[in-house]
Design a protein around this ligand. Sequence first.
Ligand code: ADP
Length: 478
Amino acid sequence: MDTSVLDHDVPLAELLDIEGFRDVCRSFCDLYGIGIKVFDGEGSKIVDVRASTGDHCGYLFTVHATQVLCTNLVNQIRTTPLSKTSGIATIDCFSGLKYKIVPLRYEGSLLGRFIFGPYAPAALEQPPAALSRHEPELNLATLAKYQSKLPRATEETIGKVVSHITNVFDVLIHANHRAHLTSRLHIASVSSTFAELEKTNRDLKQANEKLQDLDRLKSNFIATVSHELRTPLTSVIGYSEMLLEGMAGELSKEQREYINTILEKGESLLTLIGQVLDMSRIESGNVLVQRQPTEIRSVMELSVTDVLPQARKRGVTIVVEVAPDVAPIAVDRDKVRRIITNLLANAVKFSPASASVALKADLVDVAPATSGHFDVFEPERNRHLRLQVADQGIGIPPDKLDRIFEAFFQVDNTSTREFGGTGLGLAIVRNFAHAHAGRVEVQSQVGAGSTFSVLLPYVTDIISDNAGVEVLSSQQSA
Ligand code: ADP
């Protein structure tokens, strides 16, 4: 388990503004003439402010024996063990000077040590007699001369200086510790929020993967069921047609009417199953675009035949018009037929009786759907085949125009709605248009009619390596 940020021992260098602290030490040194060194808990020196000792220490360093003694003393000062409870220690220099080692503590932790010194105790008159054994190399009179220039202080004065600077240290460290804790707490709370977010993200990803699996399962199930439904339904339709043709004998007027109804309902059920199947293929990313050079007029005529029974029933006329410059285009015939048929079926369905529906094909220059802007370097990429289905029907309210291409969306979704349908037709149109790197647009006015335009890049050659077969992935179709 993680410990609280409040429980962490913080290194001295992180708790102090070292530069500021060095300035404070320097002003103490200037004031009292005593050097200050500060080591952190690891023994690294973080402050080293030297007072002028004249040539006293330098002179001791010129003699080999005292140089060794000096080095040992420095080591002792640095490494004298301190505990969380130890008090101020006094270290005597062999030359008669002294050092004070003050443990630096904060909130029960030992953060490092202050070293004050060297200073000459008030009682020091002469270098210790023991040093005389190093003569003649060391001249005691010279050393005494240097010592006489050093600041002298009584233990009482040194005690006051030490307590003064440790008080300042406490104040500085307290302020910095607060700021440090606040920032640590902030970082800790941000990290814990981040960790929570990461976990939520992971959970979401897993849930999403599960949903995708389920979705794939559902699409496969729908595809299989729809496919299985189609076979018997085609038989129902086939047998109804044979009965109507009198292959099983003469039919009465009433029998003929009933069989006509069976045929009509069977066909609309077949259309519905076809749409569900198309949609499940789109969702599972199994849509293949098989481009073939296609004379668009022939596809338009096939689509007209698809919707002719409904059009006749409502007395709606479909007028086909193809601009003379439209040459064969490389498209997936079957998909383009589905596009036009779905648009025509809607146009007929939402038109008043005896109205007219226009189905047009022409060539226009528009920005390609893939880039979204006009191509000035390869202007032929702007060329598009435009298929338009215009009706004089009920129209679509402006606030619904964006949504009609969503699967299952219907402007009138009440149970009493007048027009049949699944709400899948336009979703399929849009997906098949996207599969051709094209797009679909709509303009409509309530009560006046709607015009759907499908724009397909005007590709006249099949240049793809895999003989014109492209797979529409679910990403593309989104
Ligand atoms: P369906 O026609 O099966 O309901 P579609 O996806 O083809 O589903 O269309 C979605 C909805 O868009 C329709 O229910 C209808 O509200 C609206 N719509 C589509 N085409 C037309 C049109 N030509 N005129 C008026 N409304 C239309």
